[in-house]
Write a protein that binds this ligand. Structure first.
Ligand code: TRH
Length: 376
C-alpha cells in the first residue's frame, strides 16, 4: 500500500478525548505503514497515555512559520483537522506555496465528533469549498466516525481481537498491584455524575447481585469525585464506604484508585473488569470492543445536545428499558433516583450483540486510508 504523509491537528479543549482519539488514530495509521506528524497545542497527556507505544509518530508543537519548513522536504498528503479545530494558518500557507510550485495539494479532511444521530450518515463525506485565504478554491471534506455503514466507522486496530484473546486478567491485576480476591470488578471513569453517591451506597450495601464488588477508579476527576463523596459521608457515618462489613460480616465494596494508565493499559482495565463505567467518546468505543456490560456518561453540553445524542446511542445499542433508565439517571437526564443496575446476563447479551455487529464494519483508519488513496 502506498505510504502517505499525514498531518493531524489537535487542540486540547479539556479532558482527554481530543488527544486520546488523535493519538489512537496517529498510532494506528503509523502501524499500517503511513507517515504521521501529530501537531498538538498541549501534548502533556501523551507522557502517560502514549507510554511505550509507537515510535513512528512524530509529535510536534502547534506550528509557527519556522516549523512548517519541514513541508518543503516532506509535503503533506493528507491534512486532518480534528473536532472542529482549524489547522495553523502558517501550515496552510506553506501547503499553498508548495501547491503553486509543484502542483501537490493535500487532501483536506475535517474529522468530526462521534455520534449515533441520523445527521451523521447524511453529513459524512460532504465538502466545503474554501472561499478565501491562501487555499481558496480547495475543498475541505467532513468525515464523520459512526456506527453505520454510511459513516466513517469506529477506530479499531487490526490486532485488537488477537491482543484481547491473549489477555491474562490475573497477571495484569497483579502487575497493577490490585488486591483482588475474586470480587466482581467494576471500573469507574466518569465526570461528577449526580447519582454517584447512590451508586456507591448501592455497591456498599449489596455489591453486585449480592456478591462483593471491587471498584477500580480512574485517575483524575473520577478519583476526586469518589474521594470527596467519601469524605462527606465520613462524619454522618463514622465509616468509609467500603469499610463496612455487611450482615454476614463481609465487606461488599472495596475501592482501588488507579494511576494514569497508558491507552494500552486502559484497554486492559476494561477487559479485566466485569462492568465498566466510561465517559466521553473514546472510552465508550473501547468499552464496546471490550464486549462487557458498560454504562456511558456522555460529555454534557450546555445547550442540552447530549440528551438526543444519548438517546440515539441507546437506540443504536438496541438497549432495553432498564439499560435506558439507568443511563438516563446516571446522566442526570431523568429523575433523582438511580434504578437498579440491569440484570447482568441480558446486559452482557445486548453489548455483545452490538460489539459483534459493529466489528463487521470497516474501521475508521481503514476507511480513511482508502478514501485518501482514492481522492488524493
Ligand atoms: O476524557 P474524556 O471525557 O474526553 C472528552 C470527550 O471525548 C468529549 O466528547 C470531548 O468533547 C471532550 O473530551 C473535550 O473521555 P474520552 O473521550 O473517553 O477520552 C479519554 C481518553 O483517555 C481515552 O483515550 C482513554 C484515555 N485514558 C487513558 O489512556 N488512561 C487512563 O488512565 C484514563 C482514565 C483514560
Amino acid at each position: 500500500m502506498r505510504s502517505m504523509q499525514w498531518d493531524i491537528f489537535c487542540k486540547v479543549v479539556d479532558n482527554f478525548g481530543d488527544i486520546g482519539v488523535c493519538w489512537r488514530l496517529a498510532a494506528d495509521l503509523s502501524a499500517r505503514g503511513q507517515r504521521v506528524r501529530l501537531w498538538v497545542d498541549d501534548s502533556a497527556a501523551l507522557a502517560w497515555m502514549a507510554h511505550g507505544a509507537c515510535a513512528g509518530v512524530q509529535v510536534l508543537p502547534w506550528p509557527k512559520s519556522m516549523d512548517v519548513n519541514v513541508l518543503e522536504t516532506t509535503p503533506c498528503d493528507v491534512l486532518i483537522e480534528t473536532f472542529g479545530c482549524d489547522a495553523a494558518p502558517d501550515f496552510i500557507a506553506a501547503c499553498a506555496r508548495i501547491h503553486s510550485a509543484t502542483g501537490i495539494k493535500p487532501l483536506w479532511i475535517n474529522l468530526e465528533y462521534l455520534s449515533a444521530e441520523p445527521y451523521v450518515a447524511r453529513s459524512h463525506g460532504l465538502a466545503n469549498l474554501l472561499s478565501s485565504g491562501p487555499a481558496v478554491g480547495w475543498h475541505k471534506v467532513f468525515y464523520y466516525p459512526g456506527f453505520t455503514s454510511g459513516t466513517g466507522g469506529l477506530l479499531r486496530e487490526p490486532d485488537l481481537a488477537r491482543r484481547q484473546s491473549a489477555f491474562d486478567r490475573e497477571a495484569w491485576l497483579k502487575r497493577q498491584a490490585i488486591d483482588w480476591h475474586g470480587e466482581t470488578l467494576v471500573s469507574l471513569f466518569c465526570y461528577e455524575p449526580p447519582a454517584l453517591e447512590q451508586l456507591l451506597t448501592k455497591l456498599e450495601q449489596n455489591g453486585i447481585n449480592g456478591r462483593p464488588a471491587h471498584l477500580l477508579v480512574a485517575a483524575g476527576r473520577a478519583t476526586e469525585a469518589v474521594k470527596s463523596l467519601l469524605a462527606l459521608k465520613k462524619p454522618r457515618n463514622a465509616h468509609h464506604i467500603g469499610l463496612q462489613p455487611n450482615e454476614y460480616g463481609r465487606k461488599q465494596l472495596s475501592i482501588s484508585y488507579l494511576p494514569q494508565l497508558s491507552q494500552t493499559d486502559f484497554d486492559h482495565l476494561l477487559w479485566a473488569c466485569n462492568i465498566n463505567f466510561v465517559r466521553g467518546e473514546d472510552s465508550m468505543v473501547r468499552a464496546i470492543w471490550a464486549g462487557k456490560p458498560f454504562i456511558w456518561q456522555i460529555y454534557p453540553q450546555n445547550d442540552g445536545a447530549h440528551g438526543p445524542k444519548l438517546e440515539a446511542f441507546l437506540d443504536m445499542l438496541a438497549a432495553p428499558y432498564c439499560l435506558r433508565a439507568f443511563h438516563n439517571a446516571w446522566n442526570g437526564l431523568a429523575g433523582d433516583v438511580l434504578p437498579p443496575l440491569p440484570e447482568l446476563t441480558s446486559w452482557q447479551q445486548t453489548i455483545f450483540a452490538a460489539c459483534t455487529r459493529l466489528a463487521l464494519q470497516p474501521d475508521l483508519t481503514t476507511g480513511l486510508i482508502e478514501y485518501a488513496l482514492k481522492n488524493r
